[in-house]
Design a protein around this ligand. Sequence first.
Ligand SMILES: C[S@@+](CC[C@H](N)C(=O)[O-])C[C@H]1O[C@@H](n2cnc3c(N)ncnc32)[C@H](O)[C@@H]1O
Length: 249
Amino acid sequence: MSKQNIYDNEVFFEEFQKIRDNKINFNDCMETPILLSMLPDPQGKEILDIGCGMGQHAKQYSDMGAASVLGIDISEKMLGYAREHNSAENITYQRMAMEDIDCIGRQFDLITSSLVFDYVEDLDALLKKIYLLLRENAHLVFSMSHPMATAWDGTYARYTRSESGERLYANISNYFVEGCRKIKWVLDGYELYHRTFSSLLRSIIKSGFLIEECQESQISDEMRMRYPAMFGGTIHRPDFVFFRCKKTV
Ligand SMILES: C[S@@+](CC[C@H](N)C(=O)[O-])C[C@H]1O[C@@H](n2cnc3c(N)ncnc32)[C@H](O)[C@@H]1O
């Protein structure tokens, strides 16, 4: 199974850091508010954050009263940033691929993951491992790229635009062709896995989870008007999908 670690590429990491350092970005303006709105109260909970990246979410959970947060990530550079900028006494950062979480050997009250499951080839296997790491009645809350956003292969423009540059349509292709897509995002050869919405639902249900909530990302009209270059396309299709899943037995 391939485990891409593009975030440790110097150029990719620097560009990603610039995106995150700019306060107007998809993570802070769109992903985080929706994910936090779906989160059970972190107070007193032992939390695992899969693909913690630069640690922003781990620090939020710690500040919200989590008993402990374990953030795991495959990228040493992302973890280095997290340790430097988003540390707290109750946060531990550990280098580990999400595919290997069965080695953790303890259970959690809440498992979260933000925009990381795009990179896993075998989502069924990952969700089964997550299920085993959760205590009874505990939750998995995660976001990932929306299937309508990943149904694009990079050989044509993401949007059809008017002469003045306004995004008229979102372009997609081969929605039903699942699997690895290599596109240009910061660098050529950026790999992610496209799966249909029904496939995604099947994987979650097959793992034994009860789906309690699902959201598709939207942003306010005000933000879209204010930052059209960044969010102008969000009217046409969702960028991210979010699930809150419960382990019922
Ligand atoms: C888009 S970033 C999201 C980071 C963080 N969750 C956030 O919301 O800011 C994706 C993260 O997933 C990590 N990642 C990619 N593949 C991984 C894997 N196989 N196992 C663990 N982490 C992985 C990357 O290193 C990166 O930190």
